[in-house]
Structure formats: structure tokens, C-alpha cells
Design a protein around this ligand. Structure first.
Ligand SMILES: [Zn+2]
Length: 99
């Protein structure tokens, strides 16, 4: 996949969508209550805990990824500008969600 499309547990500018695997501190460097770089995909439990960790965060940026279900987003290829469908599924790692 080209750079500039998807970031996972990385919060710098330059991606079209962002994924948060879980709320442990080592995955949150650069993520703050004021972060607003794009849609953020996470599990339902992470979304539920999100306001505790990041009070005032714009919760409209959060998109729930249901465990074990395929999801899809349409992104633009940075090189060609063409639309690209990206499919993804969250798998429960049986790791504690954390806050
Ligand atoms: Zn962890």
C-alpha cells in the first residue's frame, strides 16, 4: 500500500484514515484530545474508553470497527488520484484494552 493512505497507531499528518489498535500508552504517542487529522477507526470498547483517556476529543471522528467483520473504506491513491477500496477486519487479540 502506498504511503499517505493509512496509519496504524501513528498520529502524524499525511494519512487519509487512522487506526488505533488499543489504548495503551505505547500506541498513543502524538495522539491528543485536540487531534483532528482524519477519521479514526477503533473497536467499540476502545471508542467507549476514548473520552476517559482523551476528554474533549471530537468523538465524531471515531468509527467503530466491529470485531470479526469486514469493513471497507474508499481512499485516493496519492500517486494516481484514483479511488482505491481498502478492506479491513479487526481480530480480537485478547489483549486488555487499557486506558
Ligand atoms: Zn497493549
Amino acid at each position: 500500500m502506498e504511503s499517505g493512505m493509512v496509519s496504524v497507531d501513528r498520529w502524524t499528518a499525511g494519512s487519509q484514515v487512522y487506526f488505533l489498535t488499543h489504548l495503551h500508552a505505547d500506541h498513543l504517542s502524538g495522539l491528543t484530545s485536540k487531534w483532528s487529522r482524519g477519521p479514526l477507526y477503533c473497536s467499540r470498547i476502545t471508542a467507549k474508553l476514548f473520552p476517559i483517556k482523551f476528554p474533549g476529543f471530537d468523538l465524531s471522528l471515531l468509527h467503530i470497527v466491529e470485531i470479526g467483520q469486514w469493513h471497507s473504506v474508499s481512499l485516493l491513491s496519492p500517486s494516481s488520484g484514483s479511488s482505491t477500496a481498502v478492506s479491513f477486519m479487526a481480530i480480537d487479540a485478547h489483549h486488555c484494552p487499557g486506558i
